[in-house]
Ligand binder design. Sequence first.
Ligand SMILES: Nc1ncnc2c1ncn2[C@@H]1O[C@H](COP(=O)(O)OP(=O)(O)OP(=O)(O)O)[C@@H](O)[C@H]1O
Ligand SMILES: [Mg+2]
Length: 444
Amino acid sequence: MSSEVVKQLQEAVQFSPENVPLRLHLAQVLMQDYDYVQAEEQYRKVLELSPDHTAAQLGLARTFYHQQKYSAAIVVLEQLEHHEPDHFDALLLHCRILVKENSLRAARDIYQHLLQLNPGFRDEALDAQFRLPQQQPSATFEEEDDELSEDPDKVFTLEKPDMNFSDVGGMEREKQEIDLKIIKPLQFPDLYKAYGKKAGGGILLYGPPGCGKTYLAKATAGQIQAEFINVGIHDVLDMWIGNSEKNLHALFELARQRKPCVLFFDEVDALGANRTSMRNSGASHLINQFLAEMDGIAANNENVLIIGATNAPWSLDPAFRRPGRFDRIIFVAPPDTDGRESILQLQLRNKPVSDVDYKALAKATAGYSGADLKAIVDLAIEDKLLEALQKGAPQPISQKELVKAIKSHKPTTREWFNTARNYALYSNEAGLYDDVLKYLDIKK
Ligand SMILES: Nc1ncnc2c1ncn2[C@@H]1O[C@H](COP(=O)(O)OP(=O)(O)OP(=O)(O)O)[C@@H](O)[C@H]1O
Ligand SMILES: [Mg+2]
């Protein structure tokens, strides 16, 4: 199957030899095919076109690695690290190569660096090589070494997203609100102060599943070139189980050290809802501490943005919405027609397509979320690949497959609105759900 894809991509590359994303895609497919020699060639061509292209540098180093050309790989990685010293995957590859070359001291230094970037990072082979049994990793929070070793299993992913608002289709209202409520205050704190408004603090994104809350939060970090720390609420609750509230403090400290930084709490309602039910269990302690940390950030930190996301804002303890906490609330609605059109375009960019009528598809997908649209594109691609296999000849994705996929995939946002409607109608304190009412076209 993949050889057909390769052939098709090679033809496309011949057709537009300077198309960097296309070449990269071809190189990646070749990698998946274990064809490192050809992949190497493609990555080299990309680097001729765009010498500092990080993904191509990393790809090239990988092809060298698989061909056991270790010193060549290191040369490329060093170039990459020169302009991106904290590139996690590059450092990881670098570390593995040094181990292969038996340069253990240098490898160990990089391993430490990796743990600094991501304290939860685990790698069986490297851990076995470098971690002493009694010494848990803790490089990140220097002064907090001891406390952290109590809870070695928690995982935060720390990254500098390589996406921004231009990768988010539609959502103009949401982007504008984020810009006004969170980005501008960060950029012009004095101006906001002059009007008695504080910069920093938290915003809460809520809405039906799959409509881009997580995606938008990440793009926000990318938009201001900030670090993005994605914290699942279960990580926070695990801290409670690990009996280590200091870790929560360490997390906020990490955010302060990494500013500008977006600290993202997904499924934040799980925490809020647990406050009462866990009151007697000791977890409420942790939750109070969470709120106190947020207050602390609001009081004296203007470069840490806190974003929470939830499908169930009504389950969130109102204490979370007090001033300085998640006090700015944004409804992330399913994409409108224009939004769907641009999401489909984004999802199909760099893929072989012909005769696609995006406007018609957008019209036919009312109520579909971004995730639904992504699923439709995936279905259409599978369909096309199957056809290519049977016919032995590749063809671009066309309207036909996409329309068929739309028919077989139903929108997933309606159920959420059934619940949300009730809250919006009957417990809409302080106009919290006005945007939902507006979306549903219900007059107050
Ligand atoms: N506006 C958009 N532009 C481009 N892609 C989008 C957009 N919205 C959603 N997507 C796609 O849908 C996927 C799912 O979105 P995301 O995970 O952000 O939804 P969510 O609102 O966080 O859902 P959940 O409530 O289930 O966590 C994204 O990874 C992305 O591929
Ligand atoms: Mg999400």
